[in-house]
Design a protein around this ligand. Structure first.
Ligand code: SAM
Length: 348
């Protein structure tokens, strides 16, 4: 099945289901190694032994939503809230540019204190100051008009994980106000507007089954996003999911590899959540077929406040200021950092 998936880029749902069941088995280590190696080879064929770096600016932890899994949900009264000004965001970009970064990812909760025009102004200011840099937005669900405004202001990419492609599961992770249908509509609007678009999901979120995962894989195949974000679910102590178990390293790596085989040219990050559950998570993600990392470029004083899940890492090689540490960790596994803009191959 692994070979057929690698050759054809897809399998019928029943076979994907069987493959996941088999690879999740404790004893399947040998097969998992074959899978990782095959996915790694596919990634290297497109991107070489290189990893794109993005500067992640977590510019607000205010959010109007109440996703049950998320530490910055509106209902978490213990969260210490912050939002950055345009000038503070530009300072982060200035620092990032000096470090050699050429993509800035502006991520935050759905914070309505920034008007659509404010966000457009921030994007336009970054693009005017550093025209050779790419701007990625990751600020949730908004109207098509707002997405258009930001695209016209110069935004290049947009990350919006679909979280789960199963309706009932979506309902277990989110309050009734939020719907999978609307999230998917947003993703299609973003694609239509010419954004390099990112979807994705957490592995091991409460209530997730193998059938849910197969639906995720099917949805991604249909959407054909340029970027796919996959990381383990990790509980946060002040959320309704505080006592749930985290997603596993193995299952996350298996899914990264399968997604790589189904999307040979997608930009696939090895996520902070992966490196939070395992000291070697970043490297293992790369060795399973990922080709992007997003070190933290937020100001020091707020990093610890963007706490989506317990013990989220933002220091050492997670910090954009320590790209040297990241580079030497990658060198140890035979990879180098690519300081290019790192557009999706179809957009180059
Ligand atoms: N508000 C934007 C949105 O909804 O896309 C962007 C910010 S949101 C915090 C970014 C991502 O964090 C989500 O898509 C979700 O998958 C991930 N996330 C949130 N809570 C998490 C948790 N407890 N464990 C792992 N990932 C989590």
């Amino acid at each position: 099945l692994i070979r057929r998936l690698a050759d054809t880029g897809d399998l019928p749902d029943e076979e994907l289901c069987r493959l996941l069941e088999q690879l999740f088995c404790h004893e399947a280590e040998e097969y998992r190694d074959i899978l990782y190696k095959t996915a790694r080879k596919v990634s290297v064929q497109t991107f070489g032994n290189k990893v794109y770096v993005r500067g992640l600016i977590e510019f607000t932890n205010y959010c109007r939503n109440n996703c049950y899994y998320c530490g910055i949900r509106a209902g978490n009264k213990k969260a210490s809230r912050y939002r950055l000004t345009k000038e503070e965001i530009l300072l982060c970009c200035r620092e990032g540019c000096a470090l050699g970064l050429r993509t800035f990812v502006l991520q935050g909760g759905e914070d309505m204190a920034y008007s659509p025009q404010d966000i457009g102004d921030i994007v336009a200011a970054i693009k005017q100051t550093w025209p050779d840099c790419a701007v990625t937005l990751s600020i949730g669900e908004h109207s098509r008009e707002d997405y258009l405004l930001w695209r016209q202001a110069g935004a290049d990419r947009y990350l919006l994980r679909h979280e789960t492609a199963d309706n009932a599961h979506y309902g277990k992770l989110h309050p009734p106000k939020l719907s999978l249908k609307h999230r998917v509509q947003c993703l299609y609007s973003l694609k239509e507007l010419g954004y390099q678009t990112g979807a994705g999901f957490m592995v091991g979120s409460p209530g997730q089954t193998i059938e849910c995962l197969v639906k995720d894989l099917r949805f991604l195949k249909k959407l054909q996003p340029e970027m796919i974000g996959i990381g383990p679910f990790i509980p946060h102590r002040d959320t309704p999911f505080a006592s749930e178990s985290p997603g596993s390293l193995t299952q996350t790596l298996v899914l990264l590899s399968i997604v790589r085989l189904m999307h040979p040219k997608a930009l696939l990050p090895s996520t902070t959540a992966l490196s939070t559950i395992d000291e070697k998570g970043r490297e293992l993600g790369i060795l399973a077929g990922a080709n992007v990392v997003m070190p933290n470029l937020s100001p020091d004083g707020v990093r610890k406040k963007y706490m989506l899940y317990d013990n989220k890492r933002s220091e050492g090689s997670e910090a954009a200021q320590h790209l040297d540490q990241l580079a030497s960790r990658f060198a140890a596994i035979g990879y180098t950092i690519d300081f290019g803009r790192g557009d999706a191959p179809s957009f180059r």
